[in-house]
Design a protein around this ligand. Structure first.
Ligand SMILES: Cc1cc2nc3c(=O)[nH]c(=O)nc-3n(C[C@H](O)[C@H](O)[C@H](O)COP(=O)(O)O)c2cc1C
Length: 217
């Protein structure tokens, strides 16, 4: 099949677009409002952008009534945000924190997770999450949408602090991803869990390229 997203005439009962870019990591983003209210929400339009220094981004569409999402407002006003890794054990809390509630609601309480202080930023970390990035807000790029809700704010942040729980670092010094069991978004209401890993090494003489992939020092 072929279709142009402009008309969205794919002829299927559900829009297939989001199922064609999978799996998407979930940036579980915590922020503080200007009134000091902790906010927490998942964003699967999330990615790392580069690594030296590391930058990450999340892309927030507008609320159903056309407003910027609280995470965007807070990141811009406070100049910071925290990425928490979403895992299978935390899946229900991730889902609960996706509810669209007024900015006065403490979404850590809504999701039933514990606040842990950060070291370099004021926004809290989700204590139960195995990995956190403390981020400084860098820039927002706004892409126009075809409807009020589909306009998107791409928020970029520079990672200035990284927490990894020791219990999730394996004896070979690599992250024990199979123990962490991160979850990722597919399309529809579907998710996946990282439950298997295979290794491939780029062939050829470029040792620098290879060690860059492995993250060797
Ligand atoms: C797993 C998951 C991923 C989501 N990813 C996005 C996303 O990438 N962009 C977005 O605008 N909303 C996304 N949402 C919806 C937001 O989490 C939801 O609108 C939330 O209420 C926003 O909260 P906030 O206003 O406190 O930022 C996602 C929801 C779930 C459950």
């Amino acid at each position: 099949m072929f279709y142009e997203p402009k008309g969205n005439d794919h002829g299927l009962p559900h829009d297939p677009f989001k199922s064609c870019v999978i799996p998407r990591p979930i940036g579980w983003i915590s922020t503080l409002s200007s009134d000091g209210i902790p906010n927490l929400a998942p964003y699967s339009q999330f990615q790392n952008l580069t690594f030296d220094p590391p930058y990450v981004m999340f892309a927030a569409n507008q609320t159903t009534d056309g407003r910027r999402k609280d995470t965007v407002v807070n990141a811009e006003q406070s100049g910071e945000f925290v990425y928490n890794m979403a895992t299978y054990d935390l899946r229900e809390a991730v889902n609960l924190s996706a509810q669209q509630v007024p900015p006065e609601v403490d979404e850590f309480e809504l999701a039933g997770v514990t606040k842990a202080p950060s070291k370099l930023v004021k926004a809290h970390r989700v204590a139960e999450s195995p990995v956190h990035f403390e981020c400084l807000y860098y820039q927002t790029l706004r892409l126009p949408g075809n409807s009020r809700m589909s306009t998107v704010d791409i928020v970029i942040g520079k990672v200035i602090g990284i927490h990894i729980k020791d219990e999730f670092i394996a004896s070979d010094g690599k992250l024990n991803v199979l123990k962490i069991r991160p979850i990722a978004r597919l399309g529809y209401y579907d998710y996946t869990i990282v439950e298997s890993i295979f290794e491939m090494i780029i062939p050829g003489p470029d040792e620098k390229l290879r060690s860059g992939m492995e993250g060797a020092r």
